[in-house]
Write a protein that binds this ligand. Structure first.
Ligand code: FE
Length: 337
């Protein structure tokens, strides 16, 4: 039945625009990793018969889409972080999607009002705290991270990484630029070492006794627990969901956008609908330990075991809007230096 629907939509599209006959396929540019995307694309192909071709990119997605222009083979882009999604939209290489299915699956807070980008999952940026050296309740807010009591005890990745830029953007939104700079300076003064490595490397450093607190995304806890080498790192920490003093826990998204050139637009929209639907949302939850975005979907039991939190209600586009300011502050305080 689904297959018949897809064929009829395709026939309609072909007739309407006299497009050349195309294979039943969809092309994706992805910053997200094959281990996560493959199970999703396999499930989509199984359900619809539409083949998915994925180009896994490390960088330069916007530049590539711009260079390819109308002749780009890409239909969809998959990435994490609101600023990266916003950058693709601002480059003018996306088009809006209007879909009742997606609108029902993705809460308004997690999609572009104009329909240029849609969240697929959420993740919180939280604190990993040493089980041995940090007592319960010792750190409860993001503001706490700048408290001198943590001097020489915090580890984090680069301040210029998208995850940390988004967090700093949230600090700017809550406290203004001047206070955000003071906060960044405070956190920098508390670092045990120069920012380096990825989020998991910070937890490893706690395990190794180099620091007591680390900033990282929630799903890495699940990934570490599933890895024989990294399990010990995960076991050495507790998860703390900090809040802003006047807000909730900082959350970011992974998301998707339809390209302006999209040669397989109908198939692409079907895939967007699929990825926001329950089957794919469950894969995101169980394979990558992210929070499903669709209402009524539950996180993986392991993820639920870490506790509940209230997402900060700062608008994602507002966060993206503070990106340049946040990066400027990171440089001004020489956070990575
Ligand atoms: Fe990540």
């Amino acid at each position: 039945m689904t297959k018949a629907l897809s064929t009829s939509i395709f026939a309609f599209a072909a007739a309407a625009v006299a497009a050349p006959a195309m294979a039943d396929e969809v092309n994706v540019y992805s910053y997200r990793q094959p281990e996560l995307i493959k199970p999703l694309t396999d499930a989509f192909t199984e359900e619809t018969g539409i083949k998915v071709n994925v180009a896994y990119l490390k960088k330069g997605m916007v530049e590539r889409l711009q260079a390819e222009g109308d002749r780009s083979p890409a239909d969809l882009v998959l990435t994490v972080d609101i600023s990266r999604l916003n950058a693709v939209v601002e480059a003018g290489v996306t088009q809006p999607v209007i879909s009742d299915v997606i609108a029902a699956n993705v809460p308004e807070a997690y999609r572009d009002p104009e329909g240029h980008w849609f969240g697929l999952t959420t993740r919180a940026r939280i604190v990993y705290a040493s089980k041995d050296r940090v007592a319960e309740g010792e750190v409860t807010t993001y503001e706490d991270l700048a408290d001198p009591k943590w001097e020489g005890r915090i580890c984090t990745r680069s301040g210029t990484h998208a995850y940390n830029v988004a967090l700093t953007s949230a600090v700017i939104e809550h406290h203004g630029e001047a206070e955000a700079k003071t906060w960044l300076e405070g956190v920098k003064n508390n670092l045990a070492r120069k920012p380096q490595g990825n989020d998991r490397a910070q937890v490893k450093a706690i395990w190794a006794g180099e620091c007591d607190l680390a900033v990282g995304n929630t799903y890495y806890m699940g990934k570490m627990l599933k890895d024989t080498e990294q399990q010990a790192w995960a076991d050495s920490v507790n998860i703390v969901f900090p809040t802003f003093e006047d807000g909730g826990t900082h959350v970011n998204i992974s998301g998707i956008a339809l390209t302006k050139a999209a040669p397989n637009k109908e198939n692409a929209i079907k895939m967007m609908e699929f990825l926001t639907g329950s089957k794919a949302q469950e894969v995101y939850a169980s394979a990558n330990f992210e929070y499903p975005i669709a209402p009524g979907m539950e996180a993986d039991p392991l993820v639920q075991s870490w506790g509940e939190f209230t997402a900060d209600d700062v608008n994602l586009m507002t966060l993206a809007g503070h990106r340049a300011e946040a990066l400027k502050l990171v440089e001004e305080v020489d956070f990575d230096g």
